[in-house]
Ligand binder design. Sequence first.
Ligand code: C2E
Ligand code: MG
Ligand code: MG
Ligand code: MG
Length: 286
Amino acid sequence: HAKKSGRNTYAFYNDALTVEANHKLRLAVELRQCVQNEELELYYQPQVDLVTGDIIGVEALLRWHHPERGLLSPFHFIDVAEERSIIHDITQWVVETGCQQLKVWQDTGLNVSMAVNISPRNLADVAFTQVVFEALDRTGADPRFLELEITENTLIENQANALKVLEQLRDKGVGIAIDDFGTGYSSMAYLKRYPISKLKIDRHFIKDIQSQSPDEQEVAIVSAMIAMADSLGMGVVAEGIETLHQQAILHELGCTFGQGFLYRRPIPAVEMSELLGLDPEGECGA
Ligand code: C2E
Ligand code: MG
Ligand code: MG
Ligand code: MG
């Protein structure tokens, strides 16, 4: 009897693995087509000045209009894309589309920056600098308003190539932000080694300061991150602000910028143009 149930368990486990593998394989096949099928879209979430409330920039967040499953967040597909180098095509599309939109906004006289997310695999690619430079050249966007978001782990994984790539981008005026700051596994030595212009404090730290009587230690950690960014001459953004209470604490701690559902969820380009005070009809440029 035991033998039988053991075999069944094995068979079940095996089936589950097959289902998972098939799902990934199918996703990969579909993902390979998503750029040319024009199924990708960038949503934009504002970054605001915590003192004036002004929108100082936006972060571009990728969405995939899957033919059957509807609108997907990167959570559902970015890992599969990263495993199979499909990420190179996707990132190229993201950078190019982000720069195009930035150019449209710059042409109307807006001073907003455009942040795009970059995968670890991109920084391992020696041609990556070229991808960004070409997008800037083709669109005519001002590089000083473009910012690339990378995670701490990206830097540990690609020490050889990352420094060169990031320095070339910095020399062109492109900003480098550390995304999800505080959640990686690296020592902080990289902060002085790489040309980093901004730290984005991960939303889990911001979540921790939300209670009515905030835990002093949680506040102390966020406060120390802000102080460190300041003394290193970097900008600092608090991610995932959802409540006025969080905003008030962050403001008191001297945090300059914030991003989160309190201000706006990620929205399509047309809506972001409206939010920025532009005539939505003019969104596509000339
Ligand atoms: P991220 O770069 O840290 O982006 C912030 C994520 O937090 C976004 O999720 C955003 O919708 C969400 N968020 C913003 N404000 C709040 C808030 O107040 N509360 C909560 N709970 N969440 C908030 P999204 O759009 O699903 O993106 C998830 C992640 O996918 C991003 O995290 C980023 O790592 C990755 N990603 C997004 N777009 C791209 C892309 O174009 N390329 C690559 N390689 N990765 C991307
Ligand atoms: Mg990001
Ligand atoms: Mg983040
Ligand atoms: Mg994140």
